[in-house]
Design a protein around this ligand. Structure first.
Ligand code: ZN
Length: 139
């Protein structure tokens, strides 16, 4: 959770970037999530006993590894999209007008992935001509 809060903080400072993160930051966050869970599952210290005894236990451990790290990979990949953050609202998809403004800030939404919940950022634009709201990135 702490990593997510930091990530939101970085996002607010980098409003001029089309992607919400850099490759280097994305790779580091994915790696950190994986390493943290791997350390719990298979501690490097040989004196720390391994948990679990049955194949079912091992499957559960790997499932936990997947659920804690794969959503992070999805979030980071989405944040690297060139459409992750737009600077203008573009054209209204309903009436075609370009009298569009971006609403302040972004909202977060949680979507289900096959590996667990993923937090995505959404921006909204509003059309001055027809007064409708839409996602400027089309997401
Ligand atoms: Zn419109």
């Amino acid at each position: 959770m702490a990593a997510l809060v930091m990530f939101v903080g970085d996002f607010m400072e980098e409003t001029t970037m089309p992607a919400r993160t850099t490759r280097q930051e994305a790779r580091a966050r994915i790696r950190a999530a994986f390493e943290a869970q791997l350390d719990r599952m298979i501690p490097e210290d040989e004196d720390v006993p391994l948990k679990g005894a049955t194949f079912s236990d091992f499957e559960d451990q790997v499932e936990t590894l997947a659920r804690t790290t794969l959503p992070v990979a999805i979030e980071e990949r989405a944040a690297l999209s060139p459409h992750a953050e737009v600077e203008t609202g573009g054209r209204c998809p309903y009436c075609g007008s370009d009298h569009v403004y971006l609403k302040q800030g972004a909202t977060q939404s949680e979507v289900r992935s096959p590996h667990g919940p993923v937090v995505l950022f959404n921006q909204y634009a509003r059309c001055r001509s027809c007064d409708r709201s839409f996602s400027p990135s089309g997401s």
